[in-house]
Ligand binder design. Sequence first.
Ligand SMILES: Nc1ncnc2c1ncn2[C@@H]1O[C@H](COP(=O)(O)OP(=O)(O)O)[C@@H](O)[C@H]1O
Ligand SMILES: [Mg+2]
Length: 305
Amino acid sequence: MEKEIVLSVKRLSKKIGKKTIVQNINFDITKGEVFGLIGPNGAGKTTIIRAIVSLIHRSSGTVMINGKSVADDFKTTIADVGGIIENPEFYMYLSGMENLKQFARMSRKPVSPERINEVVAQVKLTNAINNKVKTYSLGMRQRLGLAQALIHQPSLLVLDEPTNGLDPQGMAEFREIIRSISSQGTAVLISSHLLAEIQQITDRFAIIEKGRLTHIEDMQQVNGGSTPTYLFKVADVALAEGVLRQLNYPFSLDDAAYIQVNTAEDQIPAIIQEFVAHDVAIFEVSAKKVSLEERFFQLTEGGNV
Ligand SMILES: Nc1ncnc2c1ncn2[C@@H]1O[C@H](COP(=O)(O)OP(=O)(O)O)[C@@H](O)[C@H]1O
Ligand SMILES: [Mg+2]
């Protein structure tokens, strides 16, 4: 079954004066999908996001949310979107909870106290929610921003460079929260120039270069598709090669004396068993990951990919 499309962007362009900032951008995001916009600073990511949520005027193109055009019905469509586009503003001398209640009062949809508690738990702020925001770390403020963006149960969450300035622990917490949000069916659009971060969080990504969308790719493809490469570090390479040859597993050797086997993950236990049965001592088995950074440079500089 086709997945439900939550956001559809077609032929989106933005000109400022005579300058074309972004041109002919096309992509869809489905229910529960985390979609990344990647590209260097100045590529046009923020402009695309601001044009999608109508913070800036679109020069041309259409944006549909749940099948409705944002241009035709701004109020209904935008009510289904939550986002952190700029740094969220809070009343620093009020608690996180007071800020959320204040925000809920301004919401078009009624927000129940239970719903507020639910989002607070989802962003892991339950213990700190009654403390003043001025005592919060950057990561906590960012999670309060997420709570605010999610309070009205949007079907699309839009985040522009959300992990800027977060420390590694803050980033890990953020990833976990995004995973839980998307697993409940919310579509997430996230822009970043931090490729390692995007690799860990998105299902699919688009590369934005000089205002154009040049590639769309599944992250699973970057991670090796259905037959990724596994690296085996063994004591006796010749012995291991013999076992693999006998069993018809295609393999190669890399410089670091790891044996590389291209196979589906479900074959790994059988290979390990065969190695053990033939007295091949195994020190390490790991999946070889291409970094998104490598893939990004292949796609953007390598030419004919
Ligand atoms: N209001 C504006 N007026 C003129 N140029 C702009 C304006 N906003 C953005 N730009 C230019 O458009 C390009 C894309 O910017 P932006 O969307 O912020 O990129 P990114 O978010 O990928 O870093 C940049 O060259 C930027 O200088
Ligand atoms: Mg930007």
